[in-house]
Design a protein around this ligand. Sequence first.
Ligand code: ADP
Length: 455
Amino acid sequence: MFIRYKLALLFSLVVAGLLTLFSAVIYQISASYREEEFLGRLENKARTTARYLMDVKEIDNDLLKIIDQNSLTSLFEEQVLVFDEHNRLLYSSLDDQPPQYDPALLAEVREEKRVEQSSAKIDLIALALPSSLKASGSEYVVMASAYDKFGKSKLIYLRNTLMICWVVGVGLTVVVSGLLAGLFLRPIATINTQIQQITAQNLKERLPEGNGRDEMAQLAINFNQMLNRLNLSFEQQKSFVSHASHELRTPLAAMKTDIQSGLEEALSSEEYRLILRDLFQDTQRLIGLTNGLLQLARPLDPVLRRKLISIPELLLDIYAELSSLRKAQKLVFEPILDERRELLVPGDEALLKTLFTNLIDNACKYSPTHEAFIRIGSDASHCLIDIEDKGIGIPPEDQERVFGPFFRANNALIYSGYGIGLAVSQRIVEWHGGSISLRSTLGQGSTFTVRLPLS
Ligand code: ADP
């Protein structure tokens, strides 16, 4: 079922429930009021008749009947009966019909002193009244009953009015709530239609953001922001693929030319050796590139393989490995004090090794002395690692771009490289919830600072 119909139905049910409750309360209060008021009138009647009969000696039964039947307050189908202490009927206001009463009621009245009864037709009140003439303890019973014709017809009129109001109210609510729900949900329907038209081909399309304040506008704004992010990552992916194919094509084209000349010309063994050496270099480059691409493309699982890594120990390991491999490189550690060894970072050891090896390799590669200066520090929540060199530096306009895949600054082109290392490093740092920043002065050197959250 559509939300629109659900909302309308729910709202109508609530209103119908409330109307039923209010109507029932109003009807009940009116019915009680009618009964109370009519029984009050009956009681007056009963007491007056009893008083005339008992206390006024000049009035006999016949005179009392005439008074009863002709009084202004006489009621519809009225009947007043008075019984003495032996339950003998002393007086009946009806002269042509036999009195109608339930003899069991007499005993109940003598017990309770006052009994009220209301049936669909007749309301009745029966009172046990002490006689002022007789000895104390003897009691008369007076019963007054009548049909509240006007009160009951008013009640029926009220009931019919309430029922008509209920039907009209609920009907109106169904229509109005249906219209209102449609009106409020129309922006969602519009957004839906527009979303259906957005495909990978027209990711630049945006939803109208309305007044920019209500929930619908917020939804459109958030959706547009998501499209911005998707579009950016699509663009990045496209440029990544075109860069990657370009980078792969260069060594492959060189290899093809080498192989062609080897096949087509009769060459000396020395010349074949040269061709093989070129092929070897191009293959090396291809391997380096594909390794870098694999690292960039590999999805980094957000939870798996994290353990606590001591950053000072990790850097000392890298130092030991690099020193034994490449004698030309020189790593200078600012003193790592023993107490700093507990700088523990939750992370993946292999990835962190790749990160720092990339940065240290660059520092040594891009400085004539092949020196990298490493500093480890911390603040309240992060471990801070500086990798500094006194090398060629990075031009200010390129400093933002060096973290993009395949970007190489002009002053670095004479050095070997693929422009992937920093992109991979940044990805690794972000996976660890940290950040990487760069300070560099052209011709003087660069410092890369890695911030990793401590455990
Ligand atoms: P590669 O070093 O293979 O070119 P990287 O992604 O590691 O790729 O670096 C990208 C670019 O950033 C380099 O080509 C170079 O222009 C610049 N760069 C990185 N590190 C340094 C550094 N320590 N000194 C100067 N330039 C650097």
